[in-house]
Design a protein around this ligand. Structure first.
Ligand SMILES: C[S@@+](CC[C@H](N)C(=O)[O-])C[C@H]1O[C@@H](n2cnc3c(N)ncnc32)[C@H](O)[C@@H]1O
Length: 210
């Protein structure tokens, strides 16, 4: 059988782990993930104009899109992901909210016209895609001039002292804490891990679109 592309591998992993993703995420980040996500949500909520449209790319089980919609009932939020199983979980979690909608689609080819949203964000998604620059370009394309692109992600530390500990944690401790299959997606992700040298995002990284 032909070797699976990164896109296919990532797709299959998220299709499999959708039901356990939220719990595993809390464990492997040692509970810090929700605080990191709050930083992104705060930044978007502060800047989004009243009644504007916001896109959450690689939305997964919808944490970011749902929190944005809950904090700002005036916003119209769209959560996009290519995994129907992840979106099913998001739909159930976001059911009480009228201002969030879900769309199946590819982050590398967003199914929206230019200048559709006032902001686009992505949380722990870029490293799972096969071409993160293309995803950022797509996010920029669908955001209006003067709008914002936000990215929340982790990076491989460039300190030679810290890096070995990080690698051991990522490769061995995280899969253990994540409980089997959740570890697989992290192994896929770490191979594409950003480094600070690349100028890739640290925690929350924002960019205003000209
Ligand atoms: C690590 S999860 C992040 C989910 C969520 N944003 C969060 O912070 O919990 C990455 C998500 O990216 C999605 N994904 C990966 N590649 C994608 C692509 N090319 N297009 C759309 N979604 C993609 C996966 O299905 C998965 O739900």
């Amino acid at each position: 059988m032909a070797e699976l592309s990164k896109r296919e591998k990532v797709y299959h992993v998220f299709q499999q782990i959708s039901q356990t993703y939220d719990r595993a995420n809390g464990r492997i980040s040692l509970g810090m993930e929700s605080r990191w996500k709050d930083c992104l949500i705060e930044a978007v909520c502060e800047q989004a104009a009243k009644g504007s449209r916001v896109l959450d790319v690689c939305s997964g089980t919808g944490d970011i899109a749902i929190s944005l919609a809950a904090h700002r009932p005036d916003l119209k939020v769209t959560g996009l992901d290519f995994s129907p199983a992840m979106l099913d979980v998001a739909r159930k979690k976001g059911a009480p909210l009228a201002n969030v909608t879900w769309q199946e689609g590819d982050a590398m080819k967003l199914p929206f016209e230019d200048n559709t949203f006032s902001a686009a964000c992505i949380s722990f998604g870029l490293r799972n895609t096969s071409d993160y620059l293309r995803v950022l370009l797509e996010m920029t394309r669908v955001v209006v001039p003067g709008g914002w692109v936000y990215c929340l992600d982790s990076f491989v530390p460039d300190s030679l002292v810290i890096r070995p500990f990080y690698s051991v944690y990522f490769r061995y401790v995280m899969p253990f804490l994540g409980g089997g299959s959740a570890g697989i997606h992290l192994a896929v992700a770490v191979d594409a891990g950003f480094s600070q040298e690349e100028g890739a995002p640290g925690l929350v990284w924002t960019s205003r679109i000209d």
